[in-house]
Design a protein around this ligand. Structure first.
Ligand code: KIV
Ligand code: ZN
Length: 521
């Protein structure tokens, strides 16, 4: 229930824009729709769904998210030119509540890129915000690199944007340079000194280069900001953005000194965190606040003793508050479909009947191979969506011979475009041998940018989740898979990434130009 004695802070999630644009975090169209739906369901006020002019794919994703949105405002990003803004409007206009977010870099370093004088840039801001406001009632404007912009100029351009009709003014700390005291002070002074400031919402957008993004965002709220821009798991370029889960839980746990509420249902945090980690290929670090594997683990003897007597000894929030049920042994090979559905529901995962059937079959196989099936195993099973019947490449058979003598070798049968093909290849280790075998049957020049293995639970029979990131002609595709056999999981993840590259090649014909929000034109 919303606490009416506290000020409401709007949560603006930019996982699908700032997060997704970080190198390697590319998501597919379907994954973007899924994450947007989870954000909408968890009570995020504004979803920045993408940068519509960047590519046909971005435009399609933002339009579809706008059409499907139920509760959240859907926002798209646009640089400070009329073409970007028109394209953005064409995508977000389908939403029940659309927003255009337009920006320009205002610091000396950023002004030098489009080579505009201060006056020319001020005119551009007036023209573009006016244009956006003529299309949409809800316009956000950002002076990129605000925290390194000269104070007088920042004050001047914020005033111009407000006069031109911006309804939200976002103050980005683009390079993660500011510190909490300064962050609060900057917002406080802008609100006090810019004409019309009382009629707009001030937002804070912090990057985490010095590890201060959450502290800076909360300080900005103390200074008067009423919108926090953030991402799930703090995903984002370089060191990432303010993490949604951190600000939401900090405001809840320390409501005594930070009397603000959000509309986010915190019990949905764990589920969306796992989904974002899986689809972006960016695993969450074990000791990450709120959503890390160890965030609620109490392993030392002293801690366990205290916890048994009173959980509050070492816990300032309960695992259930963020949607985490204690790790427990769930089910065995005799458990039925109804029990599986109920358990998944407990974990915040709702599946359609056909999806449940698929997961159930794989659960039975896993239960046959693994002594104990834990919650984490089930989550990995759901996230490993398995191969689709129409995938170009499908794994049919794999046997690896490894030992102390190199090279290792892999016998592989792969269905390539519907025809089974067999090959043997060697490599420096079993995974290398498998990847070489796949490449022999499906020659490609994509480079492997990331290969990561995580044990889902403890024990030698634990499932491994493998994430793979590949790059081909500037296009990036990721693949994830889980299996009790690390080499099989590696093969499936590698094949999944290649399947996605095949789809991307077909869609773009290999020559579509994607622009970045940093291309200032
Ligand atoms: O970090 C930044 O400045 C941005 C802007 C586009 C708002 O992401
Ligand atoms: Zn940013």
């Amino acid at each position: 229930m919303t606490d009416t004695t506290k000020d409401r802070v709007l949560i603006f999630d930019t996982t699908l824009r700032d997060g997704e644009q970080s190198p390697g975090a590319t998501m597919t169209h379907g994954e973007k729709l899924e994450i947007a739906q989870l954000l909408d369901e968890m009570g995020v006020d504004i979803i920045e769904a993408g940068f519509p002019i960047a590519s046909e794919g971005d435009f399609a994703a933002v339009s579809e998210i706008a059409k499907r949105s139920q509760n959240s405002t859907i926002c798209g990003l646009a640089r400070a030119n009329l073409k970007d803004i028109d394209r953005c409007w064409d995508a977000v206009k389908h939403a029940k509540s659309p927003r255009i977010h337009t920006f320009i870099g205002t610091s000396p370093l950023h002004r030098a890129i489009p080579n505009l004088t201060m006056d020319e840039m001020a005119d551009r801001i007036h023209e573009t915000v006016t244009h956006a406001r003529n299309l949409c009632d809800n316009v956000q404007w950002s002076p990129m690199d605000a925290t390194r912009t000269e104070w007088d100029y920042l004050k001047r351009v914020v005033g111009i944007a407000i006069k031109a009709g911006a309804t939200t003014i976002n103050i980005p700390d683009t390079v993660g340079y500011t510190a909490p005291v300064e962050s609060a002070d900057l917002i406080r002074r802008l609100i006090a000194e810019v004409d019309g400031a009382e009629d707009v919402v001030f937002a804070t957008h912090c990057h985490n280069d010095l590890g201060m993004a959450t502290a800076n965002a909360l300080a900005a709220v103390a200074g008067g900001a009423r919108q926090i821009e953030c991402t799930i798991n703090g995903l984002g370029e370089r060191a990432g953005n303010t993490a949604l889960e951190e600000v939401v839980m900090a405001l809840r746990v320390r409501g005594d000194i930070m009397p603000y509420t959000t509309g986010v249902d915190p019990t949905k945090i764990m589920n969306i965190s796992r989904r974002v980690a899986a689809v972006s290929g960016f695993a969450v670090q074990f000791n990450k606040a709120i959503v890390g594997k160890n965030a609620f683990a109490h392993e030392s003897g002293i801690h366990q003793d205290g916890m048994l007597k009173n959980a509050e000894t070492f816990e300032i929030m309960r695992p259930e508050d963020v949607g985490l049920s204690a790790t427990n042994l769930v089910m065995g090979k005799h458990s039925g479909r109804a029990a599986l559905r109920a358990k998944l529901r407990d974990l915040g995962i709702e599946l359609a009947d056909n999806q449940l059937q698929d997961v159930f079959v794989r659960f039975k196989t896993l239960a046959d191979r693994k002594k104990e099936v834990y919650d984490e195993d089930l989550v990995a099973l759901v996230q490993d969506s398995g191969a689709a019947g129409d995938d170009h490449l499908q794994l049919k058979f794999l046997r690896v011979i490894c030992g102390t003598e190199a090279p290792q070798s892999a016998d592989l049968t792969l269905s390539v475009g519907g025809t089974d093909q067999q090959v043997t290849a060697t490599g420096d280790g079993p995974v290398d041998a498998v990847f070489n075998a796949v490449t022999k049957l499906f020659p490609h020049h994509a480079s492997l940018q990331l290969y990561q293995v995580h044990a889902v639970t403890e024990g030698t029979d634990a499932q491994a989740t493998v994430s793979v990131r590949m790059e081909e002609d500037g296009k990036i595709a990721t693949g994830q898979a889980a299996d009790t056999d690390t080499v099989v999981a590696s093969a499936k993840a590698y094949i999944m990434a290649l399947n996605r590259l095949v789809i991307r090649r077909a869609k773009t014909g290999g020559d579509a130009k994607e622009v970045s929000y940093k291309d200032v034109v």
